[in-house]
Design a protein around this ligand. Sequence first.
Ligand SMILES: Nc1nc2c(ncn2[C@@H]2O[C@H](COP(=O)(O)OP(=O)(O)O)[C@@H](O)[C@H]2O)c(=O)[nH]1
Ligand SMILES: [Mg+2]
Length: 803
Amino acid sequence: MKTAEEIVACLKTASELSELDSQQHLKVDAVTICEQLIDSSFRIAVFAPFKYGKSTLLNALLGQQTLPIGIVPTTGAGIRIKYGKELTTVIRLKGRTIEEAGTKILEDFAVLDENRKMHRDVVSVEVLCPHPLLQKGIELLDLPGTNDMPEQDALVRDQLLKADLVIQILDARELFTLHERENLQQWLVERGINSVVFLVNYSNLLPSNHDRMAVYHRANTIATNFRSNIPSGISNLYRVDALPALRAKINENRIGLYRSGLLTLEVALYTFVSLRQQQVYSSRLPRVHAIATQITNILQVKADTYKKEIQVAEIRRNEEIQRGLERERILRQGFENSIRDLKDWLYLSSLRDRYQSDAASALRYGNFRNWETGAFQQARDQRVQAVERWIRQACQEFGGGYFSSLSLSFPADPTVYTPSKPDSLGFLKSIKNWLNSGQLEKERWNAYERKLDEAYRDAAYNYLNRFSENSSVLSNYESQVVPVIKFRIPPESSEIGYKRERVKVLDQNLKNLNTLSSNLTVESEDVNNEDIDFYGRLKKQVTVYLHFINLLIYPQKVRKPLKERIIKGGVVLILFVVTIGGWMYHQKSLETQKKPEQQHAILEKQPEVKLEPQRQVELERQNRLRKEAKTRATAFVKQLPSGPLRIITGAGVILRQEPRKEVRKGKRLQIGTIVSQLGETTKMGEYWYQVRDTTGKEGWVPGKFTKQLDRNGVGKTYIQLVQEKLNSHPNFGSLVGLCHFLSHAKNEVELENAVVLDRLRLTALQKSLEGSPSLEWINEQRANIRQDDSTGEWRVKEELFQK
Ligand SMILES: Nc1nc2c(ncn2[C@@H]2O[C@H](COP(=O)(O)OP(=O)(O)O)[C@@H](O)[C@H]2O)c(=O)[nH]1
Ligand SMILES: [Mg+2]
């Protein structure tokens, strides 16, 4: 098990990560629950819209007119009532504290001003009161009304999280309004606040006993359906008439007190406190669990979004790298080919083959310079430029290194060692030549010619040889420029680096939250199966009663005459025996039945209402419905197409032929449409899915208008989708879309989810009526709605919510 400090630390860091403004509520909740977890006081809060009798009830419990009620409008700030030796009011203002005997001063500070606003400078309001319940370390909390100003609502929402028991008052004349139902779901259920008991007030104002029974019957259904987490044996439903109770308490009218229902409530409160006070820590954990789950969901969405963005950026970067590497390959190949060509050309043998004769003849005829700067230079430059082109290209594309040119210079002009011409023939040789008809002379000149030719060829060879030595220049150049032809892998953008860091932190926190939640789940189960055995409980209950009897007999700590004490004691003893007897009987029947779902709403002893057989019928009906729903849901999942699925979350999303926003034509997919996922892509920073609907039509839809659908979690996804949609200020069109979706969605999921979805359908329907509903819509929904006689507004029929 985690210590409170560990839980607080985990929740605090996690809630700070969910940095969205729209999640402010959740952040406040996280801070509040952290404060409460380490707070030692045990709080009972009274929660209801204003003028429901909250203050009156608390006054009745305290046995005196402590809090302002009635004509004084309403409680502006939450009033904390704690133990103190004298009745005193302590008002903390910004910068000062006022302490005054009595509670008169409350009328100045703890009520709303003429603009129905709370006093801005009031930090807290406390009343110290010498009541024995408070002396046990209990703190009572009188909350402002909930149906007034947003400021009060925020305060109440916050305070509820700090209450170890919430007493929700219902008005018998208007049981469970839509507003109350919404609050119950959003403020209590979704935040794991389930230590709740319901209290029906004002039933004394109902015209007949028959009405009272009917109301009690309806309230009982509500209370039964609400899975309160309170010790078994304590009912989560009470009937108390607050004003008669207060009068009876002040007048010490015991029978009146019993009739008003207050006595039963008091007994339950004392029992609850004595059972729960030691377990206060573990009983607070379900809320931590609920809040941790909500934070987890937000962090998960965040982490998933970041991961998706990182993935998209990675794909883009990999494509870029692939392109770069491919260019590097092409440039290198080109460079290598061109340099090989140049090298081959520079080989002495190839130079000789190509140019020796031309160079020699140019030398001989005195136009060597022309040849060198003409054909030879052209051949050199062509090849050099081919090499340089690749390097220039690489410099431009990869931007690394500087371009340097390749220079293969011509060597100095060749020197020709010409042979000396033949000398003139001597006398004898001249005669011999004459006799051979000039043959000798011819041979001599021919030999000279050959030598001369040889000399020019040697000179040319020598020249080309020196030029060929440029190959070392070429090798140097090559080794110098090769590094330029290198694609440099671009570093990851700092934004992605940041996102990676965030994902790391988010994942770590999600892990912590998951460990936390799994630990908490075990704890909260422990709370449900309180392991106090039957006799242990009996002992505790008896102790509470003895204490209680003592209270009743000495309310003012003044000893009354013996006769009066005996009478009062007798009355209390009878009550005690009756209640304990009933309670024992109830415990026994629980032991034998062992039906956990029945443990929650055990009826308060109300002799007129016998509900047990009806509850049995109700349970059987629920089981039947549950089975039917399960069969339907399984069949629905079976007929879904195979492969990954998505569900459309937007109203009238266009099924586009291409993943582009500009495409405005295409079939419109309604909210809740299930589609097969065929592919995905990113275009201009937007995520798109290629999908196929059940009619076989294919196309693209923006990722943000879809949600993944898991076959095993259809109900959960439906509920999430609808809740998100309802929270996002939907327009009329969206609400109509939602209602249409919800009218069939409930037939596709299991019973529990179907019930929630049906509630959400009614909420969506109600919201759609609050805007400016079209006549067509009103006609379509006529069976479900009714027009208010006085205001002319359309409202969802109350009875639909009872179903
Ligand atoms: N007749 C009758 N009046 C009640 C009952 N409970 C409260 N009231 C009256 O209802 C009015 C509002 O009560 P209050 O406690 O101030 O309501 P809060 O705004 O919820 O605190 C007061 O005038 C009470 O006297 C009741 O059970 N029966
Ligand atoms: Mg009040």
